[in-house]
Design a binder for this molecule. Structure first.
Ligand code: NAD
Ligand code: UDX
Length: 480
């Protein structure tokens, strides 16, 4: 029986290994983590992450061929294939701070693998890492290996949160990079055989190590670039009277461009896009490719511009002051169908509104009060370095309320901001919300999910990203 161990029981390690266990009943899969609470949650009825369909898969395999454990060393030493799916956040200090990937968690995992291994192993990079990381990992493993043969593979993960199970069941492609030596090719075939249990062979791509590592950064950069492109267009639409949804549709009908990932929004979020582009920028700079670095940097700059633009639009629409005004925030997660708030645009926009002394009343169906308060009290990049956590300042605490109901959040509010495209926000009783709000009542839709005409008929003043402006907003000062 082949034994697999995955170091890191997070958003990637947990679902990915659960899928391997489901599709390969003869493979024993152990998912290990240093976080005792995370492993306890994986072993409970309350899984540590919310993901459609995940619970069913875990329940089907847990205790049979899928195990969650904190006994990291034992499971690593017994495994034939070790996946490493630890976090690789942006560095907050030292060389490359604010851009480079922090590989401290990865390196400590690699040293541990070298220390405890007694037999040959395939070590798989599942985390997203800078191109050439495998070279460093190889050095760490072989310098400590006591004659053990380690083969390093790069097998980046392309799942998106909210659709992780579907993405894993039916991936566009699985990418495996390895050394071009006979041993490297043998390792590629061994990992390919695992995926071949359910993924058609023609969708399993094999490349050299560096192409696989770089393809992951490239894919995320391309995806994020589409969003910044459409968001840049949304600003021009507002200035000219064009409608960004119509423009996106017309552009996306071109089969060379395609319709996906062209929704204008308050900005992209999530743990990957910004981190991976910054990482790409850093690698370009280190290779002396300043023009290339600047090109990709612009994707992040436009994303920041979009969030700032939103704050400015709220403030300027509400007579240039939101001081002391209650503003309801609908949605805090970085996208629908997840409780994940890492790098959610809601954090930056809420901080902007708090900076102008608004009172916020926040509702998200999947995000807890504690999480929201932690997020609003953290500095940029601290989300993946919990050690730096600062308590929220007493004034800020007073300005933020968290509710478990959209109607409660919007009661007596001057304005409503929508930051996550949760389906339930499309079918709210907006007449009831309007009746319970201060007048004039504003809706600022950061996801283009409300029926603008219907809301205007009710009496709302509506701002929807990239849509022709409400006559009321046209009279307000221009937004930077
Ligand atoms: P995560 O923070 O949810 O999980 C990482 C886990 O690794 C944590 O539970 C942490 O305790 C554990 N860990 C860290 N060091 C460890 C060690 N030495 N030994 C044992 N456990 C250790 O992160 P994630 O979202 O699952 O992302 C993991 C990697 O996958 C990152 O490189 C990320 O860029 C990449 N990725 C993420 C996504 C996504 O949607 N979240 C998608 C594709 C790729
Ligand atoms: C992303 C990649 O899609 C995935 O392949 C990779 O493995 C991890 O990073 P994820 O961050 O989970 O996945 O979600 P994704 O669906 O890509 O959305 C990222 C952000 O972009 C979200 O905030 C989303 O709301 C936003 N977005 C997405 C838009 O603003 N407009 C769009 O058209 C699409």
């Amino acid at each position: 029986m082949v034994k697999i161990c995955c170091i890191g029981a997070g958003y990637v390690g947990g679902p990915t290994m659960a899928m391997i266990a489901l599709k390969c009943p003869l493979i024993e899969v152990a998912v290990v983590d240093i976080s005792v609470s995370r492993i306890a949650a994986w072993n409970s009825d309350q899984l540590p992450i919310y993901e459609l369909g995940l619970e069913e898969v875990v329940k089907q395999c847990r205790g049979k061929n899928l195990f969650f454990s904190t006994d990291v060393e034992r499971h690593v030493s017994e495994a034939d294939i070790v996946f490493v799916s630890v976090n690789t956040p942006t560095k907050t200090q030292g060389l490359g701070a604010g851009k480079a990937a922090d590989l401290a968690y990865w390196e400590s995992a690699a040293r541990m693998i070298a220390d405890v291994s007694k037999s040959n192993k395939i070590v798989v990079e599942k985390s997203t890492v800078p191109v050439k990381t495998a070279e460093a990992i190889e050095k760490i493993l072989t310098h400590n290996s006591k004659g053990i043969n380690f083969q390093i593979l790069s097998n980046p993960e392309f799942l998106a949160e909210g659709t992780a199970i579907q993405d894993l069941l039916n991936p566009d492609r699985v990418l495996i990079g390895g050394r071009e030596t006979p041993d490297g090719q043998k390792a590629i075939q061994a990992l390919k055989a695992v995926y071949a249990h359910w993924v058609p062979e023609d969708r399993i791509l094999t490349t050299n190590l560096w192409s696989a590592e770089l393809s992951k950064l490239a894919a995320n950069a391309f995806l994020a670039q589409r969003i910044s492109s459409v968001n840049a267009m949304s600003a021009l639409c507002e200035a000219t009277g064009a409608d960004v949804s119509q423009v996106s549709h017309a552009v996306g009908e071109d089969t060379r461009i395609g319709p996906k990932f062209l929704n204008a929004s308050v900005g992209f979020g999530g743990s990957c896009f910004q981190k991976d582009i910054l990482n790409l920028v850093y690698i370009c700079e280190c290779n002396g490719l300043t023009e290339v670095a600047n090109y990709w940097k612009q994707v992040i700059k436009v994303n920041d511009y979009q969030k700032n633009r939103f704050v400015n639009r709220v403030v300027s629409s509400m007579f240039n002051t939101i001081s002391g005004k209650k503003i309801a925030i609908l949605g805090f997660a970085f996208k629908k169908d997840t409780g994940d708030t890492r790098e959610t645009p809601a954090i930056d926009v809420c901080k902007g509104l708090l900076g102008d002394k608004a009172r916020l009343s926040i509702y998200d169906p999947q995000v807890t009060r504690d999480q929201i308060q932690r997020d609003l009290s953290m500095n940029k990049f601290d989300w993946d370095h919990p050690i730096h956590l600062q308590p929220m300042s007493p004034t800020a605490v007073k300005q933020v309320g968290v509710t478990w109901d959209a109607y409660e959040a919007t009661k007596d509010a001057h304005g409503v901001c929508i930051f996550t495209e949760w389906d339930e926000f499309k079918t709210l009783d907006y007449k009831k919300i309007f009746d319970n709000m201060r007048k004039p009542a504003f809706v600022f839709d950061g996801r283009n999910i409300v029926d603008v005409e219907k809301l205007r008929e009710i009496g709302f003043i509506v701002y929807s990203i990239g849509k022709p402006l409400d006559p009321w907003l046209k009279d307000m000062p221009a937004v930077a």
